[in-house]
Design a protein around this ligand. Structure first.
Ligand code: ADP
Length: 586
């Protein structure tokens, strides 16, 4: 009897305790937001696997979002997710737009956050956000020293340099994230006579860098600009050291006589790596970035001097009065109408470019009298996976990979310049090829992991297995690899005369292949500038107040850009534009 009474009492106590605890939880739910403080998880399918979002709520706000998304390509998906995280936290709603160029990753990420919120008992649709989308548009006027148009590598470098010199600088960026095409730079940055080369006993000279770049560009490059590029490259590497973005790993890139491609130590893709460091600087220096704000026109006074820009933003139109304008809008590789106007044979080619690369800066500059140079010089990159437009970095060949055609045979010195390799791929039966590498090479190059996660890599434990996987004759592929490994051992490629990036054989399984064909990659031509990054008119005179740097400019790369020279271009000439601005406004 007694024990039964005790059992009832304890059951009652458990119930009371349980109800109390339940009531306690209820108490933590904020009546206004419906938020219950805690961390909640939700998942969704992304580009290369599941994206899981861990969302931390306080009683009144979304406090933090942590993402586990190993499968997203860091250069695109990762950057988009970082940008959306900031936006959701700032606006306190998941009613944000997917980032153009990274739609799959964006949508999956937003879904994952919504799933986490739902698991917290919050209806995502109820989050109206702090930034009422229907707030009236307003015209705004800003007054600054310098407005930088475009937040890719060149614009960010220029803005940081100008701000470091004490100028009042802003960036306008038409997309919802920084990065532009720079996000896609995977290989590295060419630089000569750097302290890293000296420390690693790599002999190289500024003169060889100049002559390689001129030869690679068919000598139509502006040699004065090329000289500056090469001469300032070592200082640019030092500057990157100073902002926490060292590039100590050195390898060879196509068309380079010596090892001068500088990359991050851990083999990660150079573009996202630099952009991270630049973003940190932009935050630390408090440089305002106007996202979703598209520059429309460059304003001039009666004398033709540049005095600012107009821009359209989500929240209204801007007139930005500035002492100087730095044009850093990138190229036009995503504007098929524009590139086929200059090079009709590119009709129907895929592009490796991000959606913002539409040539706006070239059109705006022309309207104020800028002259253009080499505008019809458009580079196709030889190794682009065609279903995803993912560009397979030159570093894969630079670290020892070879190309084979559909019969499993090599057909060119893979380290030739991009235009030659592209032409050779197009000349193969059905116009495609496979880039072949082994486990050792995979382990030495971080970029490959993103290709694997994007499902563009075929593999086989043995060469025969790989051959079967890509439907190439196993005996031929085996013979090709044997011949290649002998060439590596002999340091002599009798078949195609390759002399670089043949230090290590392809001999450690598993073996890998990516099917590739060329795609539009870089627009070498653009706005004519002088050595100080000032824009020139048809008479070769400076247009007062207008500077330009990066892919929007022409003349540096001539008829063909060498791999590793785009990053050199943005850092060297971005810094020059920033310094010229500082000098002018001193
Ligand atoms: P670069 O390598 O020369 O820095 P990127 O392609 O990396 O060139 O960056 C150029 C940036 O300029 C991109 O982020 C692109 O979205 C931005 N952009 C292009 N046109 C405009 C415009 N009209 N207004 C604002 N930003 C622009």
């Amino acid at each position: 009897m007694k024990s039964k009474a005790l059992r009832i009492l304890s059951l009652a106590l458990v119930l009371v305790l349980g109800l109390t605890l339940f009531a306690g939880c209820q108490e933590q739910t904020d009546s206004a937001t419906g938020f219950k403080a805690g961390t909640y998880e939700g998942s969704s399918k992304g580009f290369g696997g599941d994206i899981t979002a861990k969302v931390t709520l306080s009683a009144t706000a979304i406090d933090a979002i942590e993402v586990i998304a190993d499968g997203e390509t860091p250069e695109i998906g990762g950057t988009a997710i970082a940008s959306l995280t900031d936006e959701i936290l700032a606006k306190q709603t998941t009613a944000v737009e997917a980032i153009a160029g990274a739609t799959v990753s964006s949508v999956a990420f937003i879904d994952a956050v919504n799933a986490a919120l739902t698991s917290a008992g919050v209806d995502p649709a109820s989050l109206k956000g702090t930034d009422a989308a229907d707030s009236p548009k307003e015209d705004k006027t800003l007054d600054v020293d310098v407005v930088v148009i475009g937040g890719g590598g060149a614009g960010m470098t220029a803005a940081i340099t100008a701000k470091q010199a004490g100028l009042n600088v802003i960036i306008v960026e038409k997309m919802s994230m920084l990065g532009g095409n720079t996000v896609k730079a995977t290989g590295g940055m060419n630089a000569a006579e750097t302290h890293y080369q000296k420390e690693q006993n790599v002999s190289d000279t500024v003169d060889t860098f100049v002559s390689d770049t001129m030869t690679g560009g068919y000598d139509i490059n502006n040699s004065e600009l090329v000289n500056i590029l090469a001469k300032e490259s070592s200082g640019a590497i030092d500057w990157l050291d100073s902002i926490g973005a060292p590039l100590p790993k050195i390898s060879t890139s196509g068309g380079a006589t010596n090892k001068r491609l500088h990359a991050p130590e851990d083999g990660s893709a150079v573009g996202p790596y630099l952009l991270n460091a630049f973003s940190e600087q932009i935050k630390a220096l408090e440089i305002p970035v106007y996202f979703d704000t598209k520059a429309e026109t460059i304003l001039t006074d009666d004398t033709g001097a540049v005095i600012g820009i107009t821009a359209t933003g989500k929240d209204g139109n801007y007139t930005i009065n500035s002492k100087l304008v730095i044009l850093a809008t990138g190229g036009f590789g995503s504007n098929e109408e524009m590139y086929t106007k200059y090079k009709p044979e590119l009709k129907g080619f895929v592009t490796t470019n991000t959606p913002g690369a539409t040539g706006d800066g070239i059109v705006m500059a022309e309207a104020v009298g800028a002259s253009l140079v080499d505008i019809e010089q458009i580079q196709i990159h030889p190794t682009v996976e065609q279903t995803t437009s993912i560009m397979v970095t030159e570093s894969v060949r630079g670290n020892g990979a070879i190309l084979v055609n559909k019969t499993g045979e090599r057909f060119i010195d893979e380290m030739q310049t991009r235009d030659k390799v592209s032409a050779a791929v197009i000349a193969q039966e059905e116009g495609y090829a496979y880039i072949i590498f082994d486990q050792k090479l995979r382990e030495g190059l971080g970029a490959i992991e993103s290709y694997v996660k994007s499902n563009i890599v075929s593999q086989g434990e043995t060469i025969e297995d790989l051959a079967k996987a890509i439907e190439v004759d196993p005996a031929t592929l085996t013979a090709t690899l044997e011949a290649w490994n002998k060439a590596v051992a002999d340091k002599s490629d009798a078949a195609f005369g390759r002399t670089t990036a043949m230090d290590v054989p392809l001999a450690q399984g598993p073996y890998y292949a990516i099917k590739i064909a060329p795609g539009v990659h870089h627009t070498m031509g653009g706005v004519r500038i002088n050595e100080s990054a000032q824009v020139l008119n048809a008479n070769g005179d400076v247009i007062p107040g207008l500077l330009a740097c990066g892919e929007v400019t022409g003349g540096i790369h001539g008829g063909n850009r060498l791999g590793g020279n785009a990053v050199a271009d943005i850092v060297v000439f971005g810094r020059i534009a920033g310094k010229t601005a500082a000098e002018a406004l001193k």
